[in-house]
Design a protein around this ligand. Sequence first.
Ligand code: NAD
Length: 492
Amino acid sequence: MVAKEMYIGGKWTEGTSGKIFPVVSPIDGQVIAKMHVSSLEDTKAAVAAAKKSFYETRDWRDMDSQTRADVLLTVADLMDARRADLLMTDTVDNGKPLREAEGDVDDAIHCFRYYAGLIKAPYGGVYDVNAGFGKMHSYTVHEPVGVCAEITPWNYPLLMGVWKMAPSLAAGNSIVMKPSSKAPLSTIKLFEIFEKAGIPAGAANLVLGGGEVGAFLGESPDVDMLTFTGSTKVGQSLMRSAAVNVKKLGLELGGKSPNVIFADADLDAAAEWAMIGIFFNQGEVCSAGSRIIIEESVKDAFVGKLARKANAITIGDPRENPDMGPLISEEDMEKVLGYIESGKAEGARLVCGGTRYTEGECGKGYYVRPTIFDNCTRDMRIVREEIFGPVVTVQTFKTENEAIAMANDTPYGLAGGVFTKSLGTAMHVVREIRAGITWINCYNPTFNEAPWGGYKMSGIGRDLGIQGLYEYQEEKQININLSEGAPGWYIH
Ligand code: NAD
């Protein structure tokens, strides 16, 4: 029997490339699985299977919406039954503490239930118009886009894919999914669940591998929509290839989000949230509050509190539920350590952390201590570039306008936080921050119900919420002539 790897046209296959990629656990650098990379032919076959399912067999697209919702609810129930396996898979594959993987799996289950419920939500518009020659009745309907290619990162291996798969399948599309080769295992398990739940052959396909497989999907003229979560650089290259057939595009990209703290804030609470903002999931979070922008008068007191908390963070094997586990890979750890060195070289003050963590068994994995840099300035690389690890910078301001200017001093626009007791200040600053997701007196809570996405170079479109369903739909205008006869123009 072929091991569970790619899933194309309702069949499990190891594909045709013969090329293997190892899946490495960052806990100890051990190879936990060996998978085949999808070849160009495999990727074409997956796209062809999705195309056939959408345009010919149409069994998913034309399934009545109640039955389609029931299938998605079955997916959620089967995930629930396999919850322990799914969350341990993400912990071992990605390195996130078990507690955080639990949160991801529960969110993913609820995401399927949420979109199963939304399938029958009201949509479209009705317009009574006069077209010049007489009355018209105009209305709109929503229809699935067609073949959707979906490419996801490794930081929330299961959840980022589900944010795309649940709404796109709910809308009746046929999909080709490509998870990150750094953490693909929970997505493979989800496809076993899809098969068991009765998603028809060809409606959901899975290919495996890295950038080259993603690039095939970007270039394919048979893909109607491409939805991508990952770095801004890759998002830009996919935008270029999507031009080939003017694919519909959804992009959830990188961030360098500000966390603005005013002197009147509850500094203890702000420090707790700032910790969650930057050290949750080892700092490997697109919305991480990686730039603390704090009112000068309270900076020293605040940095002292934050440093005490950061020094108390427990680091270790994520299966034992420490505060922080390892970073995803040796390469990513080296990249983060490189940024730490650049911060020191550019004159930032290292307050705590700043090194690899190698105590006990951790020496075999890719652990980095929580790191705080003070006295940071706008030109430093650690302030300008997304580090994607447990590293936070601190800058100070004197006036509200200065705080807003600093918050927006980035090409990114994903998220931002504001801490203050003044409602007026909070409302003003949060409206001025050019970002898609903002928090007042908290940082990072995320919900299936509310749309998620970025301004500026953090992306295009929205995941989650009703907007996340509309992303995978086209809206069609239907116009009915309510007057009798022809318009009387151009009659020869
Ligand atoms: P990445 O861009 O390196 O890879 C993301 C996915 O794209 C992977 O599946 C990868 O195999 C694939 N890929 C790589 N090169 C490609 C190419 N040339 N063509 C097509 N596909 C290609 O990102 P990553 O390291 O996996 O994830 C980290 C990034 O993701 C960070 O920038 C983070 O901010 C971002 N992210 C954003 C959100 C969001 O909601 N905005 C959420 C999570 C992560």
